[in-house]
Ligand binder design. Structure first.
Ligand code: MN
Length: 432
């Protein structure tokens, strides 16, 4: 054999051998990580306490302004949406509540809906008022220059506070489409005062133990100015309103490259983080499956949350434990149920990875100014393959080891496809 070629081949085999050795001896093993961070009982307890709320609007047909496609078996009524949410909980074990949108999910008797949900093993979660779909809201709702419109918007918000009492909901989840399209269109400071005034009435009407979560979004549907445009204005309002007002972070509502985990850390430290709307984005408010475009970001967010729950500052740790985790996604081309199960599982995986980090070692590295050492310690969590651990967790809790497979092969999905059929969906824009 040609000598240099022979050497090349043996070098290559030696290289492969070394690589194999590296992989088998230095493999990041979750059990090894676990020993350093906590015991398995403690870890499984934390995983069992995780709760991800799913949205009623994620189970029905939805679309873009171009087209709404019909999904086979998509829920047609709020009762069917409750059935679907209960199935997602049955498969994952960590999706115990469903958020409602009013008036989309309006029923004549909310107590009956509450009982129905409980009979299915879930509860009614956050109530989301809608003050953006009526013609009168063209120039805004609680920031509208017309006092009569502001009054009507406020009365709808108060109606939703009443509904919370009947459904046993803890949170009123507020998002406003209010904004302006042109400079000079309205007085920005006046609008801020109108918003504050309405929110104060809502805040003061909330009974003990209930909260209002204020969501921000930097654009859309208004494009020049949005009244609650970022976490800064949301936090200012919440600080002024009182203890029941907290900020809600929707992952899709930020400009490109905004550091969301830093916002999360700040709000946690201010004891004003109320909850999340989980989804993922590439361009704008895309409603893609949470953790699908940037799983590292989701991991970093969970890492901030895990650290805050362990904070020495009581206010911070208690506040972190009260954060509400909700999915806010409307799937347009994905099968509804599978997309929701996948979303819940992505949150579980990100949380489990965040629990894998050796935070004591991280703090030592940070204190020593060890830039990359600290970075690597954090990344150890992200790089850990937690799938065997989560499979074991599911086995112990009597859950399907592979919830997606269980959904695809199970009787529930084929049953709803058969019974509900394919509902007619909308045409998109312009509507026909
Ligand atoms: Mn949202």
């Amino acid at each position: 054999m040609h000598r240099p070629l022979f050497k090349l081949i043996t070098d290559y085999f030696n290289f492969l051998n070394e690589l194999l050795h590296e992989l088998t001896t230095k493999r990041i093993d979750y059990w090894e990580n676990l020993e350093r961070t906590m015991n398995q009982t403690e870890l499984f307890q934390l995983l069992a306490q995780q709760a991800i709320e799913t949205p009623s609007w994620g189970y029905g047909n939805s679309g873009t302004r171009f087209k709404t496609f019909s999904a086979p078996g998509a829920a047609r009524t709020i009762w069917e949406k409750v059935d679907d949410a209960a199935e997602v909980h049955r498969l994952t074990g960590i999706a115990p509540s469903i958020a409602l949108h009013i008036p989309w999910d309006k029923v004549s008797d909310f107590s009956e809906l509450n009982h129905y949900a409980r009979s299915k093993g879930i509860s009614i979660g956050a109530i989301n008022p809608n003050v953006f779909q009526n013609d009168e809201y063209k120039l805004g709702s609680i920031a509208n220059p017309d006092e009569a419109v502001r009054e009507r918007a406020l009365s709808h918000l108060l109606e939703c506070v009443e509904i919370m009492a009947q459904t046993g909901s803890k949170d009123l989840s507020l998002w406003f489409a209010d904004g302006t399209n042109y400079a000079g269109q309205d007085d920005l400071r006046e609008r801020k005062r109108r918003v504050r005034q309405a929110l104060q009435v809502v805040h003061d009407s909330l009974p003990d133990g209930k909260r209002m979560l204020l969501e921000y979004k930097f654009f859309e549907p208004a494009f020049y100015f949005t009244d609650i445009f970022d976490w800064g204005i949301a936090l200012s309002h919440c600080h002024a309103l009182g203890a029941r007002a907290k900020v809600l972070v929707d992952l899709g509502h930020h400009a490109q490259s905004v550091n969301i985990e830093a916002i999360v850390a700040t709000l946690l430290d201010e004891e004003k983080l109320g909850g999340f709307h989980f989804n993922a984005r590439r361009y704008a408010d895309d409603d893609l499956i949470v953790g699908s475009t940037n799983p590292y970001e989701l991991f970093c967010i969970y890492s901030e949350l895990v650290q805050a729950t362990r904070a020495a500052d009581q206010g911070v740790s208690v506040g972190a434990k009260e954060v509400a985790y909700m999915i806010d996604q409307s799937h347009n081309i994905e099968p509804k149920l599978e997309a929701m199960v996948q979303s819940v599982l992505n949150c579980q995986e990100a949380y489990a990875k965040a629990l894998m980090v050796d935070y004591d070692a991280l703090h030592v590295a940070q204190k020593n100014g060890d830039v990359l050492g600290a970075h690597r310690i954090l990344n150890t969590g992200f790089q850990t393959d937690v799938r065997p651990l989560l499979a074991e967790f599911r086995r112990l809790h009597g859950l399907p080891i592979d919830p997606i497979h269980a959904l695809r092969e199970g009787e529930y999905f084929s049953g709803v496809v058969r019974d509900r059929g394919v509902a007619e969906a909308g045409g998109g824009y312009p509507s026909e």
